[in-house]
Design a protein around this ligand. Sequence first.
Ligand SMILES: [Zn+2]
Length: 454
Amino acid sequence: MRAARFAIALSLVVVGLTGARGQSPPQPATVTLYEGARLIAGDGGSPIEDSAFLVERGRFVRVGRRGEVQAPLTAARVDLTGKTVIPALVDGHSHIGYMKHLTSGAANYTRENILDHMRRFAYYGVAASHAMGSDFGEMPFQLRDEILAGKHPDAARFLTAGRGLSPLSEISPDNMRQAAFPVTTPEGARAAVQELVPRRVRLVKTWVDDRGGAVKKLTPDLYGAIIEEAHKNGLRVAVHATDLRDAKDLLRAGIDVFAHMIADVDDELVALFKQHPNTSVLSALGGPHRAVYAPWLNPVHPLIIETVLPDQIKRLQGRFPQTDPEQRARSQAAWDRLARGISRLSAAGVKIGVGTDGGGQQGDQFIGWTMHAELENMVMAGIPPAKVLVAATRTSAEILGQDDLGLVAAGKSADFVVLDANPLENITNTRKISSVYLRGTRVNREKLRASFGS
Ligand SMILES: [Zn+2]
């Protein structure tokens, strides 16, 4: 009797303390034990068969085998026997808020459209997606902070590099780089980085690409100033650069993240990555591969039917895969080069995360779906499924500086996906989604699905 009274008193004290700290939004103090699933924790280790994990106040608190994880008698229990659990996925590179049905452009860029995209990501089991330099104004930062504070429980985390930093020649009214800071001098580059600092971006985005000789690309003195100023302020820099020579110069200049795969990986590039072990690559294989491989368009995968309107699907079917033999051969060659390169970098131990480059100006990439297509692309390029899952969870989270995400482990945010089949056997099993949990709460996918049709 005395012990029981003591326990009640203690729990009141705990509740009182948490409330006083006021760090997180109010949540029901429920504890839930999830039992029986095969657990792929995201750390690259063997899966835990017949696992159990305890979730309290939106976080994993204990993770292990069924029978070995202690839970309070009052804990709710969810039986996941026969299912596989993975951490919710993390997309390191996307362009959010531009696409809307058949159109794509700055006119669509509203708070409502960004939220719609983040709900689509949630539907697909993606915990966070990082917009790479296509955001503008103060609204995206406000919305990011609202979502991170838990105010939109059915939305994935919207992360943003804010405005990218681009040479004038890259900016035109009909592309997303209209959002970017034009960079013409080292002083101007530093000032642009300074504008991003108080907005708490983690990655600064820039472009170094002559677009096949069509534009003047950012020069080394300018990207050098961007990198130096970012590092001075504790920020990191992600670059769009696919040319081998540029990639080598950027590695020497201290670049942190490549937002795309680099063409024609050679020994010197691998050696430079080994000298810069903290520099990572985001995959972004979707664009090149879709041109030659898109079986999910014929027949259309059910997940796409659930989230995309028919005329948008039809438009992409008309475009991909390519049928013109010459164009197709060129696309196949481009894909083969990228695939060889990424599997070589992966085998050499280079840190590889997943970026989808979804939502881009072509307007034909389906938000959320691109993540699952990308996982298949990486496996087809020769990276084993277990490694691909680590790339899409822990490593992507690490690249984005999101310590809370990417792992099913004690202390992390309880963001996970329950699958009907094992993705280690076939990576396309990540599409067999039974349920999605963000911050410990089950996403109402039925309700979301109903909203996608409008
Ligand atoms: Zn991009």
